[in-house]
Design a protein around this ligand. Structure first.
Ligand SMILES: Cc1ncc(C[n+]2csc(CCOP(=O)(O)OP(=O)(O)O)c2C)c(N)n1
Ligand SMILES: [Mg+2]
Length: 828
């Protein structure tokens, strides 16, 4: 069991009865980390591993390598070359460490916290003390990465030590960070902004060999680990911008808390991106700033594994546990981790095990919950003192005094600041894009002439002569060709393909990902054709014109929070691209609620950061049950304020086409939530004739020009509007106008007012499929009443309900009939 070699498994006396050198080493390579000396306070005692009860000189040698202050888990890595690489690094000669530099970093890191503590008593800063070795660790990673081609470190981390990292790694001046504590001019951020330990920062790091590495610390919310996929997505976009050398140039580094790493599922989702073609970044370096506590919770209650890092073991990647008080070992692990990442394009985990000097924050008293632990910590010297003694640095007091004075004078300067310092610069590719309030002047024409549409349809419906096409797909492509020739109306699948094709043709890249998005959940997209003989792939959208922009469509892993976070991140660093995430059904978007709430809806307000991400959320009541009916329109409407995003439900394929093009073409960069159809994808009422694609614009409100001076106006959005039209036809009703609200937010007040004026005598009725406590009702009624003046505004909806829809198809149909009947008759 220790080795896979023949003699070991067949030995009748057992592996350990007759140890030879190799077998002994194998045992330590596999189990050594369990007996390693990893905890500075000795509270996390080593495990006893019977397999390692071996005597002799060789065992002692192996023990020195694998049970010292570094414990590496690598026996689970499937590729023997990678295992050998780690083995050689661990067992071979150790690289020298620049000890004076490391000492200086520790002094700076600890003193920074000390000055903050003394000057801003009673404020939270989430001190790094206890894991200050993070700074020399990251320094070494940067040192290596700088030599191997990195021009930027994209870093995601939470609260712990963040301010310290901004000064020691991003190299912002202490004065700028202290400025955040001064809370200068609060009026400038009334109702917006964010706390100082969430704001992003950028800076320049110059390595000891003179390489310059840009540091980008990503803005993050309090929601632990939510920033992980965002950071990886941002990195991927930066890499894609560069092309070939991107993966070497932009290195992602995630710093995790130990409790959060073990507890938050989004960590697993992010780790899972590592080798997926649509998501890989050539390796992320993960560092767990492991203080063996999460707020007041100890590891034994935080994870069912010995180490918080174990979730990473499902992947074929190494985990280096290292005692945060052996600084030389920490630096060496930093070197190995960075070299490994560059050598194999792999993720790697560094578990930096230390302690937490103060309470969770500095206003928290940890002696209430961990009295003994904090008694021990109280007398424990800071790391720079221990290290200075270890390396015989002699008198460091002068250096400590100088650093302290530097920080104190920075603090004094900060106290005189009159404006809150901004710690980051935006990359140039954001030049020219706008956020803030919507202005009509931003609008662009989105229509395309018929000949131009035909020119796009040709490559969209073609494939190489030797491609073995599936008969159903062949038929579909023939139909799509007929749509553009005007023989049949255009469905949503083709409308979307035309929108994407037109954008890539004009140089705007398109990236779409979601579960089963290449074919499409509803068999509607077929963006990638599969050869029936050899499963070869052909993507027509990649063959529109020779110098077109990139079009990428990926089947995502089965994750919402992770994937949506990734795509949000991607959109942050590729504003020129149309970036879309598609939910399998709109319901599932709530699995990513934290990404929606914390980033997509609030990112601009909190951090001034824009995104043009599109969410495609299939929505509609079709009798499929409580799930698969609602994308929760109400939730998005509740989040909408100050034009933070756009919420639309295009009622026809041409409207969908114009909406997508508009999002790709507008300078105004705002997230776009689109409620997309399911049964209506090919429904004749929602399919548009080709001339509609040449109309100039997306219409926020679709007027009803069939009826004049109506007695009743039914306002609705999405599928129900089409059902209302059908019902009207059945009833031969000539006095009811049906108006589609295709853009719910920003509220199309002017357009709706025009429609209400068109029928001045009519009753106004908002009709929705959703129950009374859901859908657009709460949002629409006050707004409609505002523009309706003295005219009554009624509503028709399902009864309020705890779940979105009934589980019975029959009940659904009855409800739907009742809704339609009420829409034409109700007077309440
Ligand atoms: C998703 C989420 N749940 C809960 C919290 C509240 N919270 C903030 S810090 C913290 C403890 C974090 O422990 P750990 O991950 O070990 O990091 P540390 O603070 O020890 O560095 C908790 C529970 C949060 N911020 N995010
Ligand atoms: Mg912790």
């Amino acid at each position: 069991m220790v080795t896979h070699s023949k003699d070991a498994s067949e030995s009748s006396t057992g592996v350990f009865d007759a140890p030879n050198g190799e077998r002994v080493f194998e045992a330590f390579r596999r189990w050594g980390y369990l007996e390693a000396d990893l905890d500075p306070l000795g509270l996390f005692g080593p495990a006893r591993v019977p397999e390692l009860e071996i005597g002799g000189e060789i065992a002692e040698q192996a023990r020195r390598v694998y049970c010292g202050t570094v414990g590496v888990e690598f026996a689970h890595i499937t590729d023997s070359e990678r295992r050998r690489w780690i083995q050689e690094r661990m067992e071979g000669p150790q690289a020298p460490v620049d000890q004076p530099a490391a000492l200086d970093q520790l002094i700076r890191a600890d003193l920074f916290e000390l000055v903050l503590q003394q000057r801003y008593i009673g404020t939270k800063r989430y001190s790094l003390e206890g894991v200050t070795a993070l700074i020399p660790l990251v320094d070494e990673i940067l040192e290596v990465a700088g030599q191997l081609g990195a021009i930027e470190l994209v870093m995601g981390m939470s609260h712990r030590g963040r301010l310290n990292v901004i000064v020691q790694v991003a190299k912002r001046s202490p004065e700028e960070v202290f400025g955040g504590f001064e809370d200068v001019d609060p009026r400038s951020v009334l109702g917006g902004g964010d706390v100082k330990y969430h704001m992003g920062a950028t800076g320049e790091y110059v390595t000891r060999t003179g390489a310059r590495v840009h540091i980008h610390l990503v803005s993050n919310p309090s929601h632990l680990e939510a920033v992980d996929p965002v950071t990886v997505g941002r990195t991927r976009a930066k890499q894609d911008r560069i092309g070939e050398s991107g993966k070497a140039n932009h290195l992602p580094l995630l710093v995790h808390g130990d409790a959060a790493f073990a507890g938050q599922g989004i960590v697993a989702e992010t780790l899972n991106f590592a080798d997926l073609p649509g998501y890989t970044v050539g390796g992320t370096i993960h560092v767990i700033a492991n203080n063996l506590i999460g707020f007041t919770t100890l590891p034994r209650e935080a994870h069912s594994s010995r180490f918080s890092a174990e979730i990473a073991r499902r992947q074929s990647i190494p985990i280096f546990h290292v005692n945060a008080e052996d600084v030389d070992a920490v630096v060496r692990v930093g070197r190995m981790a960075a070299e490994y990442r560059y050598q194999f394009g792999s993720d790697v985990v560094v578990d930096l095990i230390g302690y937490r000097r103060h309470g969770h924050s500095e206003v928290d008293d940890p002696t209430i919950t961990q009295p003994l632990l904090y008694r021990a910590i109280k007398d424990h010297p800071p790391l720079w003192q221990i290290y200075a003694e270890d390396i015989g640095a002699g008198d460091v007091e002068a250096r400590v005094r100088a650093v302290r004075e530097e920080f104190e004078s920075g603090q004094e300067k900060a106290a005189r600041l009159t404006k809150m310092p901004l710690l980051r610069e935006l990359p140039r590719y954001w030049d020219g894009f706008r956020g803030g309030r919507y202005k009509a002047e931003y609008e662009v024409e989105t229509g395309i002439s018929s000949p131009a549409l035909s020119a796009l349809a040709e490559p969209l419906t073609s494939y190489p002569a030797d491609f073995h096409i599936h008969p159903k797909v062949k038929r579909l492509l023939e139909q799509r060709a007929e749509m553009v020739r005007g023989k049949r109306t255009v469905d949503y699948g083709m409308a979307e393909a035309l929108a994407f094709a037109s954008l890539v043709k004009s140089g705007i890249p398109v990236r779409l990902s979601g579960e089963d998005s290449r074919r499409g959940t509803f068999n509607q997209r077929h963006a990638v054709l599969i050869d029936t003989e050899n499963e070869g792939e052909y993507m027509p959208l990649a063959h529109i014109t020779p110098n077109q922009a990139r079009c990428e469509i990926y089947d995502s892993p089965l994750s919402e929070a992770g994937v949506l976070g990734f795509e949000y991140g991607y959109s942050r660093d590729y504003p020129e691209a149309l970036v879309l995430w598609e939910a399998q059904f709109g319901d599932f978007a709530n699995v990513a609620q934290a990404v929606i709430d914390q980033f997509i809806s609030a990112g601009e307000d909190k951090w001034g950061l824009l995104s043009g991400l599109v969410l495609l959320l299939p929505h509609g009541y079709e009798g499929q049950g409580p799930e698969h009916s609602s994308a929760r329109i109400e939730r998005f409407l509740q989040l909408a304020a100050r034009d933070n995003f756009q919420i639309c439900q295009p009622s026809s394929s041409a409207q969908y086409f114009h909406l997508l093009r508009r999002q790709g073409l507008l300078q105004w960069r705002k997230p776009l939530v689109v409620f997309t159809p399911k049964s209506m994808l090919r429904h004749p009422d929602a399919c548009s004739p080709i001339p509609d694609f040449s109309q100039p614009n997306f219409l926020k409100v679709l007027p009803d020009l069939e009826v004049e001076s109506a007695q009743r106006i039914l306002l609705s959005t999405g599928k129900i509007g089409h059902e209302l039209r059908e019902e009207r036809k059945k009833r031969k009703d000539l006095s009811t106008a049906i108006v589609f609200v295709d853009q719910l937010y920003p509220f199309p007040e002017r357009e709706l007012a025009t429609e209400l004026k068109r029928h001045p005598e009519a009753d106004i009725v908002w009709v929705q499929e959703e129950p009374a406590n859901m859908g657009g009702l709460f949002y629409m009624l006050p707004r409609l009443r505002h523009i309706a003046g003295s005219r009554p505004v009624l509503s028709v909806k399902r009864s309020a309900s705890a779940s979105p829809a009934t589980g019975s198809m029959k009940a659904h149909e009855m409800e739907q009939r009742a809704l339609l009947a009420l829409a034409f008759s109700s007077s309440q």
